[in-house]
Design a protein around this ligand. Sequence first.
Ligand code: 3HC
Length: 323
Amino acid sequence: MVSPVTDDREEIALNEAFQAKVDAELKIEPKDWMPEGYRRTLIRQMSQHAHSEVVGMLPEGNWLTRAPSLKRKGVLMAKIQDEGGHGLYLYSAAETLGISRDEMYEQLHTGKAKYSSIFNYPTLNWADVGAIGWLVDGAAITNQIALCRCSYGPYARAMVKVCKEESFHQRQGYEIMMVMAEGTKEQKAMAQDALNRWWWPALMMFGPHDSESTHSTQNMKWKIKRTSNDELRQRFIDATVPQAEYLDLTIPDDKLKWNEEKQSYDWGEIDWDEFANVVAGNGLCNRERLQTRRDAHDGGKWVRDAALAYAEKRKKRAAKQAA
Ligand code: 3HC
């Protein structure tokens, strides 16, 4: 927790010592002194990351009762449960910075906090479940591997666990796409249609271009962000295009072309108006997603009340026994 500072000289010395620690690749822990801006940007990013995990359960949840087999249903159930666990893990890590769970929920439910725009797109058929695992979790892994080296200890350690589970998520998605791409003509067409609808929103997950990024410069100095938005996006594109080629599916970008000199792909341009529109709350599913979260929170009130009442009873019983 940030301790009050007496005067500017002390503030400068504390900031210099803090930056030296970050530069030396030492982890910052909850009880360490940290600049208020560092704490605030981490609460912003970590809580929004947690919101993304929890809201991210909803698009795929839509297909749990419609899964084509018991096996697919079991795999999807495991994946969705993982995402919920990632969310709770990240809320707990964010709480170490002094924000309460209730405050974070209130920020999400009132629309004050963001979550990843990707989760405001509809899942129209089973191929979407494959495309989400393959592309959305693939993009998340690319981003989260970098976060394993974040300077804030609780966040970096949470990412190590999360990344292990994300790789299963990505593989199960790619396997769905493979079965469909090698299936009937109709199934392959569904896989191609899902790739066409999820490709560009997946690229938006890496955030605006570096030149437009609000937080990148400072967050890279603080080693919260270890690799820039554009670099991670390029890394994801370079890894994913060969996977699409293997499936004999076409990436929906007619400017995509291997650049021998750069040893990576040249590609087109994201529709940043669409990005801004979805982030502003006008995507196809924004309202539905937030309402579902509010209803789940309200519907779960009795569980929270019962757990709190039980904890209170245990506390009273322990106090009585101790007396
Ligand atoms: N959707 C919504 N908002 C976005 C966004 C997106 N795809 N990309 C960027 N933004 C927002 C940022 O939050 C910031 O707004 P804010 O100041 O109100 O928070 C603004 O756009 C400017 O972007 P910056 O690049 O300056 O912001 P960051 O430095 O925070 O970089 C980020 C954005 C790369 C998403 C970074 O926040 C990050 O790495 N977050 C952690 C990872 C994360 O949240 N991933 C989301 C998906 S989680 C997931 O997919 C789970 C998987 O299991 C399915």
